[in-house]
Design a protein around this ligand. Structure first.
Ligand code: G3P
Ligand code: CA
Length: 291
């Protein structure tokens, strides 16, 4: 609360004997609003999970970007959301007869031949599915920060170890990156737990809406609970905030995927710590960006 607001509130308390506290939304606005994360990069404007989407987020002024990591047939890590290549690449034209076109059935060299931009618009033709290494290099170049999702880890046994190896090789496990620029999340509690066990210093998030009675269990290995925006209430957000995570800090809650101003205002009013959006500029205009 600002000094002026505090004075006004104190005067009001003296006058009517009622303490007027800011709402969660007002408190969030005073601190610049929830942090806004560009989902799959600024994927409302550029092809998701490509370097173009990171660059678009950067041009819009967003530090935090979210991505999805999977593993190729020959063990390389690539950034792509679907476990199947067909929706976001021209794999059916380049490799006819290779259905069902699963990421894990193609080598990194084969995936590198695919166009991952044209589906979004002719101006994006030539965009590629980045390797995790290429992706990290670009994030570093742009001085951005990464909310990394381990996508469908049940399909890729041991992918946590692979990801940590690449992060280490690329300098992403040094003090600055681990403290300030990296969060790893997954819908798989096992995967998040594995990351936490291997590297307890990394900030982790569980994607989903666990029952409040289960939150103490999640708080043993996850610093964040990141639920879908349609599943949360003020009571749920408060329940998450009531627990401390593995680093001794209150659990945070980043919600997804919020693409319009009205929903952004609603979830900000619930007191969320972060909003993940395909249109991060729309969210920032509605509720600010606390970073
Ligand atoms: O970061 C949250 C969000 O990405 C989870 O859903 O399907 O878009 O990966 P999805
Ligand atoms: Ca994701």
């Amino acid at each position: 609360m600002s000094a002026r607001a505090a004075t006004a509130t104190a005067a009001l308390v003296g006058f009517v004997g009622v303490l007027v506290l800011p709402t969660a939304a007002e408190a969030a606005q005073e601190h610049g609003g929830p942090a806004v994360v560009a989902h799959r990069g600024a994927s409302g404007y550029a092809p998701e999970n490509t370097l173009k989407a990171i660059d678009k987020a950067d041009r819009l002024g967003f530090d935090w970007v979210e991505n999805d990591v999977q593993r190729t047939k020959d063990g390389r890590l690539v950034v792509i959301h679907d476990t199947n290549l067909a929706r976001t690449t021209n794999v059916e034209q380049v490799f006819p007869g290779r259905a069902p076109y699963n990421v894990r059935d193609f080598t990194a060299a084969e995936i590198a031949k695919l166009d991952a931009g044209a589906w979004k618009g002719a101006e994006f033709t030539g965009a590629r599915v980045p390797t995790l290494t290429q992706y990290l290099d670009r994030i570093d170049h742009n001085h951005q920060k990464l909310l990394m999702e381990i996508k469908a880890p049940e399909l890729y046994p041991g992918i946590e170890k692979d990801i940590l190896r690449v992060l280490g090789k690329e300098g992403w496990l040094n003090r600055d990156h681990v403290r300030n620029r990296l969060v790893i999340q997954s819908f798989s509690a096992d995967s998040v737990r594995t990351v936490h066990k291997r590297r307890p210093d990394i900030t982790t998030g569980f994607l989903g809406t666990p029952a409040t009675g289960d939150l103490p269990r999640y708080a043993q290995f996850a610093d964040r609970i990141n639920p879908s925006s349609g599943t949360i209430s003020a009571g749920y957000v408060a329940a998450v905030h009531a627990f401390r995570g593995p680093h001794g800090k209150r659990l945070k809650l980043f919600t997804w995927t919020v693409n319009d101003a009205a929903t952004a205002r609603r979830v900000a009013g619930l007191g969320v710590n972060g909003i993940i959006s395909n249109f991060p500029d729309v969210v920032r205009k509605a509720v600010g960006d606390g970073r």
